[in-house]
Structure formats: structure tokens, C-alpha cells
Unconditional design. Structure first.
Length: 324
């Protein structure tokens, strides 16, 4: 870890040891998961029950694997759809939906990306989460919403912030291109062609399931591509095949905006003006780029029919982080 990561990690462990709940705001790629290792180890050493709750199943499986590598002598279990036979272990990683199994159970609960779908605005899930821990909760996110920040202002949560990635490199600022709807399709093809030639993986984000299928069928004869959306039944398989190079491009909805790290990837957001792409979503999507420590560079394009407040707020947030 970088010196800054270590500093935040120690502060977090100290706050939690004092029984305080914490909001950790860390930019995409800052190593949020690594920063909580010390706090998790501290709690487990004291025989406390620790839970790590995540909104999406595929991220649960990925985080479980990473945590098991760190805590080799402990049993780290995943609890999500398809993995519900064993629900008790030394460290439980689960989807937020599965927290109903753990009423007043955890001494420490870590909630990853509480501002993301489906946790954000879901009073049922939020209530289940509140009832699952006894002492402290840690919220991890790059894009805290107003409700979380209000809890900080009300001193319900302690607040830590990390604005730099481990190597200190700047966040990638998206390049915006505005044009007419049908001309954007031509621009999309040109950008895809240019980016594929760089021999890097490419994520093309689109606003709807229907469009993910349409663009896939449009491009599949010319590129090694796949598509993924919330209806895809084999998400883990698609992600693994994309990571290992079977596909050079993945057309996806916001299902891949968070929680996944793909080394050396470039990004295009098609119709970035669409209402599904709010500030937090656009920040998270652009945060997929530049996460490879050996090559922390990349390109991100927002293709839109018009300027929107959400696009402007996204770019300003990223620029502020770079200037911190």
C-alpha cells in the first residue's frame, strides 16, 4: 500500500476500535478493499463477527477470493444466489439481500458502494442492513450521496477521504463528444476501431438492455465482442472470458459500472446524456480506466446528444479529486 493508504487504514482501524461508524470516500481505484484489511484483522483478532456486504453477486465472489488470499488461515465464505448452503464462517461476504439471515449478528459490517443499485433508496435493504450489526458499520464508496454526507454532518458517521490512487496518478478525465443521435453511431464505430487497434480491452456502456443487444449484433461480425446486462444469466463466465482475452470488447449496461477491475481497459459511454447515467454512475464508469498499476493510463469517451448537468458534475468531481 502507498503511504497515504496506510495512513487512512490506520485512522480507520482506530475509529472502529473506538466503536465509531465511518464513511470512507475513496476515488475509484484507490484500493478501498485493501484499506479495510487492517480493520478486519483487528476485529477478527478480538473474536468479533465481521460481515462484508456488496450489492452485486459477481462482486461478492471476486471479493471473497481476494479476502481468502489475505486471510489464508480463516474461512471466508460467500453468501449469495447459488451459495447459500453454508452461511456461517470466520468472515462473511454477502449480497445486501442476504443480510436478512444475520439479525443483530455482526460486530462490524462493511457495506461496499451503498450509493449503488439496488441498495440506494431501498428502505427494505437499508433496514435489513441496520438490523444486522451491533456495533459499527463502515461505508465504502467513491460517490457518497447526500444522505450519507448528511449523516457525516450530523456526526452520526466519522469521515475519511482518499483522493489519490496508490501510485498518485491522476484520475482519467473523460473526453466529451456531442453530436446528433445517428451521427453518434458513426462516431462510436470510429472510436471503437481506433481503440481496438491499441490492443487493449474496451468497455462500451449503453443505457438500455435493448441497446446492448442491438450494438452487439451490429458489431459481432467485425470484432471479438460480447454483451452483458442485468438479464444475462452467465455474468461470471462473460467477465472471466473478457478478462482472459477471449473478447476484445464488451457492450454492457450499468451492470458493470462498479466493483469490477479489468486491467488495461478503455471506455466509451454511448448516449451519456441518458437519465440512467447520473453523476455517480458516470464517475464510477470512468473509474474503470487507469487501474493497472503497471500502466495507469487509458481513454474514456462520453458520446452524447447534449450537455447535461450530470456530465458536468462528473467531470468537475474528477477534476477536484485530481487537485486535492
Amino acid at each position: 500500500m502507498s503511504d497515504k493508504q496506510k495512513e487512512v487504514s490506520k485512522k480507520l482501524a482506530k475509529l472502529v476500535s473506538q466503536g465509531k461508524s465511518v464513511l470512507l470516500e475513496a476515488v475509484c481505484g484507490a484500493g478501498k478493499t485493501e484499506i479495510v484489511y487492517e480493520t478486519i484483522a483487528q476485529a477478527l483478532k478480538q473474536n468479533k463477527k465481521v460481515g462484508f456486504a456488496i450489492s452485486r453477486r459477481q462482486v461478492v465472489l471476486e471479493i471473497t477470493e481476494r479476502l481468502q488470499e489475505v486471510f489464508k488461515n480463516l474461512e471466508v465464505i460467500a453468501v449469495c444466489q447459488g451459495y447459500t448452503i453454508k452461511v456461517v464462517g470466520d468472515l462473511v461476504v454477502c449480497t445486501t439481500h442476504q443480510l436478512y439471515r444475520y439479525h443483530n449478528y455482526f460486530d462490524l459490517l462493511i457495506i461496499d458502494e451503498p450509493d449503488g443499485f439496488p441498495y440506494k433508496g431501498n428502505k427494505v435493504l437499508q433496514g435489513i442492513a441496520r438490523n444486522s450489526y451491533k456495533q459499527a458499520v463502515i461505508y465504502l464508496t467513491a460517490t457518497p450521496d447526500e444522505k450519507l454526507m448528511q449523516r457525516v454532518m450530523n456526526k452520526e458517521l466519522s469521515y475519511l477521504k482518499l483522493s489519490k490512487r496508490p501510485l498518485g496518478n491522476d484520475l482519467i478525465i473523460p473526453k466529451t463528444i456531442y453530436s446528433f443521435k445517428w451521427l453518434l453511431y458513426l462516431i462510436l464505430i470510429i472510436k471503437i476501431n481506433n481503440l481496438v487497434k491499441l490492443n487493449k480491452k474496451l468497455l462500451v456502456f449503453v443505457p438500455t438492455i435493448k441497446m446492448s443487444r442491438f450494438i452487439y449484433f451490429l458489431l459481432r461480425k467485425y470484432y471479438r465482442c460480447c454483451y452483458m446486462n442485468s438479464k444475462s444469466t452467465n455474468k461470471e463466465e462473460i467477465i472471466e472470458e473478457f478478462k482472459t482475452g477471449k473478447y476484445e470488447m464488451c457492450i454492457c449496461t450499468t451492470v458493470l459500472e462498479r466493483g469490477i477491475t479489468i486491467k488495461g481497459v478503455n471506455v466509451i459511454v454511448m448516449f451519456a446524456q441518458h437519465t440512467v447515467f447520473d453523476e455517480a454512475s458516470l464517475v464510477q464508469i470512468s473509474g474503470r480506466v487507469g487501474r493497472d498499476v503497471n500502466n495507469p493510463f487509458g481513454l474514456c469517451y462520453f458520446l452524447a446528444t447534449k450537455k447535461t448537468e450530470e456530465i458536468d458534475k462528473c467531470i468537475k468531481r474528477l477534476e477536484r479529486a485530481n487537485n486535492d
